[in-house]
Design a protein around this ligand. Structure first.
Ligand code: SAM
Length: 290
């Protein structure tokens, strides 16, 4: 069954009386070229495990099953279970979990299902309404040991993920991602590559997990709070954004002294700071955070 074919998608839709849910971000991939690029980026082999979020009709799941030792997919929509039974019938190395990815214990699932695999990749055409919560969860979970994460996201989100300092797309998401992994833009995907087409273009990004972050802040919590404070009010200077965030116990003049002592100009903005510079700033202010 060619699950990238619009005819097959229409056939399954009709057979099961299935209506794609906008609320669950159900835009199904119908572009074989993009499918190949996702699978290639995940660097799978017959010894590794593949975890998918949101299998839909199973187009990516079947490609993962063909290229990995095992595929495990988490799908929130119970209406898709009978469909997946049929579309993935030929694979004995696929397991579907009917649950919400934001609620399941991912490290436990990985441990239970992939203990005989050399490593694990996560691949997904993400439901866009929860892209950031999913990514945050995948990145911040210290017990989630995966090799890489290859995800389809909204194009603008992909641009933010891959952005560096002093560019317009640089944001707290860029810092979060580059703290835990090395991001790479794999390909831009037009809306026409999905059924039904979403209102926005998409992109596939590959996040290769780092063994350890490139900086070691005194407090990780303070580091990310400082980053959020700096980007919270983008049009303000760094000093005003930090002061306006209300997270520090010291007055503006003292925040300014710290900022100047680190060599940043009075008018410097958060988007000019590298990961290393955010680390220095956070360390200098970490005992002044509420
Ligand atoms: N992988 C399929 C493809 O590429 O065609 C479907 C991708 S579609 C963009 C997103 C999928 O995520 C849908 O199947 C949707 O039901 C599922 N989904 C949405 N929210 C979810 C959640 N919280 N947990 C697990 N799956 C979810």
């Amino acid at each position: 069954m060619d699950l990238t074919s619009p005819q097959t998608i229409r056939y399954i839709k009709n057979k099961y009386g299935f209506n794609m849910s906008k609320g669950l971000g159900q835009n199904f991939l119908c572009d074989p070229g993009v499918l190949d690029e996702i699978v290639a980026a995940a660097e799978l082999n017959k010894d590794c495990g593949a975890l998918e979020i949101g299998p839909g009709f199973g187009v990516l799941t079947s490609a993962l099953a063909k290229n990995a030792k095992k595929a495990l997919a988490i799908e929130i929509d119970a209406r898709l279970l009978p469909v997946l039974d049929e579309t993935l019938e030929e694979f004995e190395n696929v397991k579907i979990i009917n649950d919400d990815v934001l609620k399941v214990d991912l490290p436990k699932l990985i441990e239970e299902n992939f203990s005989d695999c050399t490593d694990v990749s996560i691949a997904a055409n993400l439901p866009y309404y929860i892209t950031t919560p999913i990514l945050t969860r995948l990145l911040e979970d210290k017990n989630l040991h995966v090799k890489n994460i290859v995800v389809m996201v909204q194009k603008e989100v992909a641009q933010r993920i891959c952005a560096g300092p002093k560019t317009k797309n640089y944001s707290s998401l860029s810092i979060l991602v580059s703290y835990y992994c090395v991001p790479e833009m794999v390909t831009i995907v037009p809306a026409s590559s999905f059924m039904p087409p979403p209102k926005v273009d998409s992109a596939v990004v590959k996040l290769s997990m780092r063994e350890k972050p490139p900086v070691s802040p005194i407090s990780e919590k303070a580091f990310f709070k400082t980053v959020h404070a700096a980007f919270g009010q983008r049009r303000k200077t760094l000093v005003n954004a930090l002061c306006g965030s209300g997270i520090y116990t010291i007055p503006k003049e003292e925040i300014k002294k710290v900022v100047l002592s680190l060599g940043f100009g009075e008018n410097a903005r958060g988007e000019e700071l590298s990961l290393e510079q955010f680390c220095a700033l956070s360390d200098a202010l970490c005992d002044k955070i509420r």
